[in-house]
Structures are given as C-alpha cells and as structure tokens.
Design a protein around this ligand. Structure first.
Ligand SMILES: NCc1[nH]cc(CCC(=O)O)c1CC(=O)O
Length: 316
C-alpha cells in the first residue's frame, strides 16, 4: 500500500479562482486540501496595473509553491506571464473551456443591435481595441472588479453591455446572462483564454504523476501556439494581441490551425493572419505567425498602445 499524501492546492481568493480550483480538486480525486492565497491584488482597491500587472496574482502562488506551502497552483492560463518560472512546470493543462468572449447586454441585445453611443464596458485593451475596430460607434468604457461587479453594471443600467470571457461566466454558472457569444472572426480571444495551467514544483514526481491525469494534449498544444505568438510579439510590440488555435486531424496527422490579430488601441488599424502546422510544432507555428504579423506592420500599432500603458486581461 502506498501512503496517501494530501495534495495542497493553492488558489487566489476570488470566487472565479476558487471555483476553478474546486473543479481541479474534484477532478484529481486524490486527497486534497485547498489553500486560499490572498495576493496584493485581492487585498487592494488599486487597479491591477498600479500594482505591477497580472504578475501580482501569479507570483504569490508561485512563491507559496516554491516555499512548499502548497503543492499545486491553479491559474487562469491567460494570466500567466510568458516567461517560465524557475523550478516550476505546468504539470497539466486540463481540457479547455470555450475560449470565446461574450457580450452581456441589456434587454438581450447583440453587438449589432446596440445603438450608436451605447456604453460598453471592458477592462482589457485587446477587447476595447477590437470592439472599436468594428466601427459600430460604441462608447468603450474601462471596467474593473470581479465578474459579479461587472455584470451588476448592466443590471443597474450604468452600462448597456459588458464583454467578458465566456469561460469565466460558465464556471460561475452565469452564462445564462450572455446575449451574444462573440465570433472570433470579429473578436479574437486572448491567448490561452478559457484554459487553466496547473503548476507544480519541477521535482515533485508524486504530484506531477497525480495531476497528469488531468492533461488534455490538444488544449496544451493550442495554448502553446497562441502564447508563442504573444511571446514573440512582446519583444517588439505591446499592442493588443488576440490568438486562437484549434487542433484537428490533417492529412499527415494532427494539425494546429492558428489565427492571431494585433489591433491598434484606437481601433484604426488591425493585422490578422492565420497559419497551420503540425501539432508537434505548435510553438513554431505561433512564432512564424508572429513574424508574419510583424512583417505586416503589427509593431507600428505599438505607439498608440503604449500611451494607454495598461497590461492585459488582468483585473479579475
Ligand atoms: N480578466 C481576467 C480573467 N482571467 C481569466 C478569466 C476567466 C476566463 C479564462 O479562464 O480565460 C478572466 C475574466 C475575463 O477575462 O472575463
């Protein structure tokens, strides 16, 4: 008989994070204990960018992991920086939730039905840029707070609509309020949106073996392709990046089909491209697509973006 070791799973304290972590805990089946890690971002009313970006949420969990206070950290994959962390590996990428963005509008309106000047809230420069690029005359307003707070701005009448990740709404059981799922042809999701990253200590074989049961190879490959675009663009370009990959059977085995976009924050210009390659070369497909986007002028969209000075999808 092997002695069972309780696996301690660290989570951010937000409702969304705790819900995601509970799903992972249930799926693991092993003896688990959930450890809420309160981050500077959860404690503070300051905006995430003032606190130094998405990283504040991630680093607290990683520190706890390396310190041996927890054995597993569950992150929204899109909130992870592209740089790997020393001593930590992503032990599993579970099957991805729907990656698309969703509109929650008053009276069940769709984007096309919103009147000129309608007030639409989003905290993500990527969403703001892509919404502006649609040329619908919408007023895009900054939006902060957790999912509940954001949805509340529509029910209170303060905003006509908000745009959120469908995945988060589904996990919280709030997807009944969605009035339109945004087609990636119009609004391309953030790289890795809808996916979770399960981080473990690189040398913790026991825990790595346990979380391996949750691995979904196609989800990992799709996310790898999307994040390779982001990583390659970050060096020269901080414009809002959308990316979405799907894995499907091709003539010579499984292929990854990747779309990506870079949009000027004011919506005045956008570059969109797609690429396909072997799933075994998912990151290469992403890097090549990034090079193509840069060759098409993606870096010229940088200046406008830097003025806005904010990081990405970071505030919940
Ligand atoms: N903004 C932060 C964030 N990080 C992860 C999610 C949930 C969706 C996901 O797992 O990608 C959200 C909320 C949102 O974008 O609406």
């Amino acid at each position: 008989m092997t002695a069972t070791r309780t696996i301690r799973i660290g989570t951010r304290a937000s409702v969304l994070a705790r819900t995601q972590t509970q799903h992972v805990a249930d799926a693991l089946g092993a003896s688990v204990q959930i450890v809420p890690i309160v981050t500077a971002g959860d404690r503070s009313a300051a905006s995430v960018s003032q606190l130094g970006g998405t990283g504040v949420f991630v680093s607290a969990l990683r520190e706890a992991l390396l310190a041996g206070e927890i054995d597993v950290a569950v992150h929204s994959f899109k909130d992870l920086p592209t740089a790997p962390a020393d001593g930590i590996v992503i032990g599993a990428v579970p099957v991805r939730e729907d990656p698309r963005d969703a509109l929650v509008a008053r009276d069940g309106l769709t984007l096309g039905e919103l009147p000129q000047g309608a007030r639409v809230g989003t905290g993500a420069p990527r969403r703001a840029a892509q919404l502006r690029a649609l040329g619908l005359g919408l007023q895009i307003l900054d939006l902060r707070g957790n999912v509940d707070t954001r949805l509340g701005k529509v029910s209170s009448g303060e905003l006509d609509a908000v745009v959120l990740a469908l995945a988060g709404l589904r996990r919280l059981g709030r997807d009944g309020e969605v009035s339109e799922i945004l087609d990636p042809i119009q609004v391309l999701p953030a790289p890795a949106q809808g996916a979770l990253a399960i981080e473990c200590r690189a040398d913790d074989e026991h825990v790595l073996a346990a979380v391996a049961a949750l691995e979904h190879a196609d989800s990992r490959a799709a996310v790898a392709a999307e994040r390779a675009v982001l990583a390659a663009l970050e060096a020269g370009c901080s414009a809002p990046v959308g990316a979405l990959a799907v894995v499907a059977e091709g003539d010579d085995g499984p292929e990854v089909f990747l779309r990506a976009s870079v949009t000027a924050v004011d919506g005045s210009a956008a570059v969109r491209q797609s690429a396909t390659g072997a799933v075994t070369d998912a990151e290469g497909v992403g890097r090549r697509l990034a090079a193509g986007l840069l060759a098409d002028g993606a870096d010229q969209m940088m200046a406008a973006t830097q003025e806005s000075g904010r990081d990405g999808e970071s505030s919940t």
